[in-house]
Design a protein around this ligand. Sequence first.
Ligand code: ZN
Length: 99
Amino acid sequence: MDAPTQAEGYSKPSRPSRPSRPTKREPRKPKFQPMKFVDCNTDKPRIFTQCYKCDVPLLIQTHHDGSEPIEHRVQCPSCNHTAFIAMTPKVDQVIVLQG
Ligand SMILES: [Zn+2]
């Protein structure tokens, strides 16, 4: 019996054998934003932080007027992206700290 050999003409392209490593995909780390709260005991707490996008140092002046804190997407005056998300009743002012 001469059954055709199936393996013939069917060889994988030879490649240098490399130990197959599972591709490691690092989860995207949340970016660290330095934050410092000052005047917390007043009705006008201030937040020293950095823009999430362009890292410019920012001073966010908030106003606790007694209303419910809501999520404020603080816009960066420098790059116009969302610099910081502040949970506060009001955002009075965003100041770029430079120099
Ligand atoms: Zn920015």
